[in-house]
Design a protein around this ligand. Structure first.
Ligand SMILES: Nc1ncnc2c1ncn2[C@@H]1O[C@H](COP(=O)(O)OP(=O)(O)OP(=O)(O)O)[C@@H](O)[C@H]1O
Length: 258
């Protein structure tokens, strides 16, 4: 495995009884890269995410993270879902601590790490709040902190912002992207939203309609100075990527306002 590859998917297929969800999916995720996967509804994005996360065994093929099979929770992968799935009876701090507890990290060390994240990323003062008292954007931020706390090599994001209002979504896109870069992580983002894929990712894979296969790959080149998701949408480069990806999609999918 090349030095620079953190995750490799080889020949992935997944069948459910009577349904071939996706087939022949191969790609490599490089260190410090954000890779987005877009595709029409029902093409198998969420199922592919589950396979990449090691939550579901593929019918064919394999996924390796740092050269090891992903199945069996290696600890190198952290994932975050559309629904935050925070435990409502636990405080913000205790939710962020969850992954560390499961891994058996000592309480003092785990708490220092969790408090550091909470402070660094705008949740200071909310350590003892229950998730039910927070806005949707704050809950997703807590879910992201929880994903980052065990310091995974690869972060998997499945439609992480789709339940949020447009403004909160843009803010979190910017925030999550800069945190991933700052902490030198790699990420795979599964999304319906072409604009989100373009502003957050270095590369976008377009899946065909079911059974999902990789139809095309787009290397995203936006001017460095406008990595900001709002500014980026105003550039001709964004527009060109949007049009190219849109024309590769087999059927219309939800497009966020530009
Ligand atoms: N557990 C399951 N059992 C049987 N069929 C399933 C199961 N999970 C998914 N499928 C089928 O596999 C196909 C792909 O589903 P999946 O949810 O992965 O697509 P998707 O691209 O994420 O869809 P959407 O964009 O609408 O969220 C669909 O036809 C779905 O009905």
């Amino acid at each position: 495995m090349s030095e620079n590859v953190v995750l490799r998917a080889e020949g992935l297929s997944l069948s459910f009884p009577g349904v071939l969800a996706f087939t022949g999916i191969s790609f490599a995720l490089h260190r410090r890269e954000v890779l987005a996967i877009v595709g029409p509804s029902g093409c198998g994005k969420s199922s592919l995410f589950n396979v990449i996360a090691g939550l579901q065994a593929p019918s064919e093929g394999r996924v390796e993270v740092l050269g090891q099979p992903v199945a069996g929770a290696t600890g190198h992968v952290g994932y975050m879902l559309q629904k935050d799935l925070l435990l409502p009876w636990r405080s913000v701090l205790d939710n962020v601590l969850l992954g560390l507890e499961i891994r058996g990290v000592k309480r003092a060390e785990a708490e220092a790490r969790a408090r550091g994240l909470i402070e660094a990323y705008g949740l200071k003062g909310f350590e003892n709040a229950r998730p039910g008292t927070l806005s949707g954007g704050m809950r997703q931020r807590v879910a992201f902190m929880r994903t980052l706390a065990p310091d995974p090599e690869v972060v998997l994001l499945d439609e992480p912002f789709s339940a949020l209002d447009f403004q909160t979504k843009l803010l979190l896109q910017r925030e999550v992207q800069s945190i991933i870069r700052e902490r030198a992580k790699s990420a795979i983002l599964v999304t319906h939203d072409i604009g989100e894929a373009i502003v957050m990712a270095d590369r976008v894979l377009v899946l065909s309609r079911r059974p999902g296969t990789i139809k095309s790959t787009h290397v995203i080149a936006l001017p460095d100075a406008v990595r900001d998701p709002v500014e980026a949408r105003r550039t001709p480069e964004f527009q060109a990527h949007f049009d190219a990806i849109w024309s590769d999609l087999d059927q219309p999918i939800e497009a966020a306002p530009r």
